[in-house]
Write a protein that binds this ligand. Structure first.
Ligand SMILES: [Zn+2]
Length: 141
């Protein structure tokens, strides 16, 4: 194989199967991207709840996007997002990004009334996405 100057920047091997998501996910939580960012791209096709209320010392962006690539505006689910120490509840019914600053408490997040697959994309401005010791796995129904 010819020596490559830039091939190192193309990251592969990021597809993972995660039981509580639908189909395959694309995940880089452990420094695989070699930048100060970690990502998780997932498909959700059934109700799921992320109950573990937490915060990070880095910003996190949570994208909720319709799963039809020809029309991402139809979310096809109701997303309940709780923000802050007070767990202020927000109901999301269209595509959006929840931009969570460092230190802000978030979750539970509950996705229900799922009528079609949707995309859940999480981007954290941290090379490593730490897994808290006491985190409980998401619940699916
Ligand atoms: Zn988080």
């Amino acid at each position: 194989m010819a020596e490559s100057k830039y091939g190192q920047y193309i990251r592969t091997g990021l597809i993972k199967d995660i039981a509580h998501y639908t189909g395959h996910s694309l995940v880089a939580h452990d420094g695989e991207l070699n930048v100060d960012c970690s990502i998780g791209y997932h498909c959700i096709a059934k109700p799921i709840s992320f109950d573990f209320s937490h915060s990070h010392d880095f910003p996190e962006l949570l994208f909720f996007i319709g799963g039809d690539p020809l029309d991402i505006t139809e979310l096809g689910a109701d997303v309940e997002v709780c923000l802050g120490e007070e767990h202020e509840k927000h109901i999301i019914r269209g595509p959006c990004v929840v931009s969570i600053p460092a230190g802000m408490v978030h979750c539970p997040i509950t996705i229900k009334n799922v009528v079609r697959p949707m995309v859940f994309l999480e981007i954290s401005l941290s090379r490593i996405y730490p897994k808290p010791k006491d985190r409980v796995p998401p619940r699916t129904t």
